[in-house]
Design a protein around this ligand. Structure first.
Ligand code: ATP
Ligand code: MG
Length: 307
């Protein structure tokens, strides 16, 4: 059983001038217990909408969501003590200290003040707890938000783009924090439109494009499912080049005006030679990596309307 289970989730919004936006269009997702799960997708892919559906903040058009085994929204009250989240920028009172802000939240939720020391320590804000939040850097505010989400010591943490807007140092801070939270046996579900933010922390990822999961699984599995390393080749006569490369023993595919050749980096010279021997001269020979970035770009690439 997954900590988060989503089946056929669909959320449509009505447009002002008629028609509908399909924010999420038939999403299936299973997030196992423990570790960091990266929920990746470009802007507008439907990440925030999915998270809102998970947390019962909006009603799905159709589909099924379960959180820690409980159906959403009917069973949410029974599990919400074990789920911490940040969806919008967390709102704090700027002239109150970080500690005072957390005290207010803890009191509202009936949590002991011991929890405050624990979470401040956990997110590395213990020494700045007395400063007004208005004087915090963006990264510190973000960590205070995570501290607030940790107050109830949740088994599941759902964070929508916690590193958004942070500078590289802030991103590293948040990333280190997420990684260590995932190692404590919690499940950390974190969305991002930047692969680099989650590639190094996530054990598993789901890649979302246009409201659907285009790939999901362990990071290495997602990589293996994508075309391997190779080259993109451009020549004037792709059909002739394809034949030449196939004759030279390369696995080659025609992709529009481009050829994709499966080969390791050191085969660039052999590709050039095979083509030149047939009087075909390259206008471009570009290596394409087998890394997650390449996979992400390929999987989320908008379909070329020209076909
Ligand atoms: N309340 C709403 N009313 C109308 N359309 C909405 C609403 N919320 C989201 N949408 C639309 O649904 C689609 C998905 O939006 P969503 O915010 O879920 O994407 P996202 O993956 O979180 O993007 P981003 O990376 O920019 O945060 C977009 O086309 C968006 O315009
Ligand atoms: Mg969003």
């Amino acid at each position: 059983m997954g900590v988060i289970e989503v089946e056929g989730l669909r959320k449509e919004y009505r447009r002002l001038r008629g028609g509908r936006t399909i924010a999420v269009g038939g999403l299936d997702l299973e997030v196992p217990e423990g570790g960091v799960f990266g929920f990746l997708g470009p802007n507008g892919a439907g990440k925030t909408t999915t998270i809102r559906c998970l947390l019962g903040l909006v009603r799905p058009t159709s589909g099924r969501v379960r959180l820690l085994g409980a159906p959403v929204p009917a069973g949410l009250a029974g599990v919400c003590d074990r789920v911490g989240s940040i969806v919008e920028q967390p709102a704090f009172v700027p002239r109150f200290s970080g500690r005072r802000n957390l005290e207010i939240l803890a009191r509202l939720r009936g949590l002991p003040s011991a929890a405050i020391d624990r979470v401040l320590e956990r997110v590395g804000l213990a020494d700045r707890q007395g400063d007004p939040v208005g004087a915090y850097s963006l990264g510190m505010k973000q960590r205070l938000g995570i501290a607030a989400a940790l107050l109830k010591d949740p088994a599941l943490l759902v964070l929508d783009e916690p590193a958004n807007g942070l500078d590289p140092a802030g991103i590293v801070e948040v990333r280190d924090l997420l990684r260590s939270l995932g190692r404590e046996g919690r499940t950390v579900f974190v969305s991002s439109h930047l692969l680099s933010e989650v590639q190094q922390v996530a054990d598993r990822v789901a890649i979302l494009a246009r409201g659907r999961a285009v790939s999901a699984g362990r990071v290495d599995e997602v990589l293996a499912g994508v075309r391997g390393r190779g080259f993109v080749v451009r020549v004037d006569d792709p059909a002739a080049a394809r034949a030449a490369l196939a004759d030279a023993g390369f696995a080659v595919e025609l992709d529009g005006r481009e050829l994709r050749v499966e080969a390791s980096t050191e085969h660039g010279a052999a590709i050039t030679r095979a083509l030149a021997e047939r009087g075909l001269y390259l206008s471009e020979l570009r290596p394409v990596g087998g890394d997650l970035e390449a996979a992400f770009l390929e999987l989320t690439r908008e379909e070329d309307p020209r076909g």
